[in-house]
Design a protein around this ligand. Structure first.
Ligand code: PA5
Length: 406
């Protein structure tokens, strides 16, 4: 079961004094079922068995023919998939996920196409608007490649996940007979990992999406059982808001597992895009331990006191090795590194909180993703910002289109 701890009891007590009521109101709003764009709250239950069976059947069909799935998307439409894929990946998987459309790198896309020559590829494009430039360009490139290589039989290699409302991608999928799944209108890109947008590619890679939903569902029950301010999400949101009012402006997500590298990117996007507006919000930064303990670790210990540190760690790791002559293993060492950070930050009164999950399994990851989504959305309500829009991103999308279409 996921655990949330504040480094100092006093920090939690003060945060509660100032933000208890606002946290309870935020929780009620999220669970009310009436607030705009809160469809993600109920996804762990509303992903019906029928839809899950349809996803699993499509996954079986793709895996029977393909060994590679290129996930095409950017921002909230791919980061959750890449985070889960990295945390869950095992040796010898029958289908590998590759990524396209998350950048405008010519060399990445050229190399990807070359690599596909040695694979049996399928393409899964994810875009709620169905018109984002990066995803559209990459999809066009890959569609051209697949159609030239597989001719009339190419349609079976495409999977489209698009918003429910009419959009160019959805229309194309229907006209060309691609497999089509919907991203619900009341679920935003960065809150979509437990919808078809995340679960379709993850099922195709062979991951247990039912276990992911179960993990999220169990946390949801915990959150609904008591006032929100007494839940792990509520405590985290209250501490963040309290520290923000005290002048902290950076949240450092410190990750103990190599496999959490992409999880850090998902967190930075979730919090940055949800909270960073109207002149508000923490700047989200990520560090990786123990690598960064020999780099920005110096700043965190003795540099300017502008940040809150959120330490993410796991109780159990799936494999371990020991170096000859050492009486402790790699896992003993990383656990000790995390514990050392926890102690030294507390000793210096540096604000720190810790989120611990059992292991990097589907169930624990479902719980972890849901924890951050709920805490982030609640914290935004408490800060007075809309967690679900992204006017700055939309401004960029409009501007780049205008420049390129001149
Ligand atoms: O979280 C978000 O809403 C954004 O990051 C979007 O996911 C991203 O801009 C891609 O948009 P779309 O899914 O419409 O292609």
């Amino acid at each position: 079961m996921l655990r949330f701890e504040a480094g100092a009891q006093e920090l939690l007590t003060k945060a509660k004094e100032n933000f208890k009521e606002s946290a309870d109101r935020a929780g009620e709003k999220l669970f009310s079922g009436t607030a705009a764009m809160t469809g993600f709250v109920t996804l762990p239950e509303t992903m019906t068995d029928e839809l899950i069976c349809r996803i699993e059947a499509a996954a079986d069909e793709i895996r029977a023919v393909c060994d590679t799935l290129v996930v095409v998307g950017i921002g909230g439409s791919y980061l959750g998939v890449s985070a889960c894929d990295r945390m869950l990946k095992k040796d010898g998987q029958s289908l590998e996920l590759l990524y396209a459309g998350y950048s405008l790198s010519a060399s990445h896309h050229r190399r990807l196409i070359e690599k596909l020559d040695k694979c049996e590829p399928a393409i899964c494009v994810i875009s709620k608007s169905g018109s984002t430039m990066e995803s559209s360009m990459a999809f066009s490139l890959l569609r051209d490649y697949v159609e030239k290589r597989f001719g009339k039989k190419s349609a079976e290699r495409f999977i489209v996940i698009a918003g429910e409302q009419d959009n160019p991608l959805k229309t194309e999928a229907m006209e060309r007979g691609y497999r089509l799944f919907s991203l619900p209108e009341n679920v935003g890109g960065r809150y979509s990992i437990l919808s078809a947008a995340g679960l379709v590619p993850l099922a195709m890679a062979g991951y247990d999406i039912r276990a992911m939903l179960k993990g999220a569902r169990e946390l949801k029950s915990r959150l609904e059982a008591v006032p929100f301010s007494e839940t792990p999400c509520g405590e985290y949101a209250m501490i963040r808001n309290h520290l923000y009012n005290e002048g902290k402006r950076v949240e450092v997500f410190s990750l103990t597992e190599d496999e959490m590298h992409e999880m850090g990117q998902w967190l930075a996007q979730l919090f940055g895009e949800s909270e960073g507006k109207c002149g508000h919000g923490f700047f989200p930064a990520c560090v990786h331990y123990s690598t960064d303990l020999h780099a920005v670790g110096q700043f965190l210990e003795e540099g300017s006191r502008v940040f809150l540190e959120t330490l993410l760690t796991v109780d159990e790791r799936s494999e371990d090795i020991s170096a000859p002559g050492f009486c402790y293993s790699y896992n003993d060492s990383i656990a000790a590194a995390a514990e050392a950070v926890w102690h030294v930050r507390k000793a210096k009164n540096t604000p720190i909180v810790r989120v611990t999950i059992g292991s990097l399994c589907e169930e624990c990851i479902g719980e972890l993703l849901y924890f951050f989504e709920m805490a982030c959305a609640a914290g935004c309500y408490m800060m007075g910002v809309n967690p679900f829009d992204q006017p700055g991103v939309e401004a960029y999308k409009k501007e780049i289109r205008a420049l390129l279409c001149k």
